[in-house]
Design a protein around this ligand. Structure first.
Ligand SMILES: [Zn+2]
Length: 86
């Protein structure tokens, strides 16, 4: 098994992994689907600045993020790096 390049998205390995990408644009990310649906139901634009300034949405992202880290077993450095972002 090849080591995951930390520059690439851990979900799809296509694009560079950024918070914006992981939250809004990754085709493989469950978080994107949830954020997209939340934006719709809250009636806000699916933009990173708006999403991260919206308390309820940030809360949703946090919960989802933690669950994902649990599921991955904490064996990758990316999870640690991500934790520092918030
Ligand atoms: Zn991705």
């Amino acid at each position: 098994m090849k080591a995951v390049d930390s520059e690439k998205c851990s979900e799809c390995s296509i694009a560079t992994e950024t918070v914006k990408y992981l939250i809004l644009h990754c085709p493989n990310s469950e978080l994107c689907k949830i954020v997209g649906a939340s934006c719709k139901s809250l009636g806000i634009e699916p933009k990173i600045e708006i999403a991260l300034s919206h308390e309820r949405l940030v809360d949703t992202i946090h919960k989802q993020w933690r669950r994902k880290q649990f599921a991955s077993g904490g064996h990758n450095a990316g999870a640690k790096r991500r934790q520092k972002i918030f």
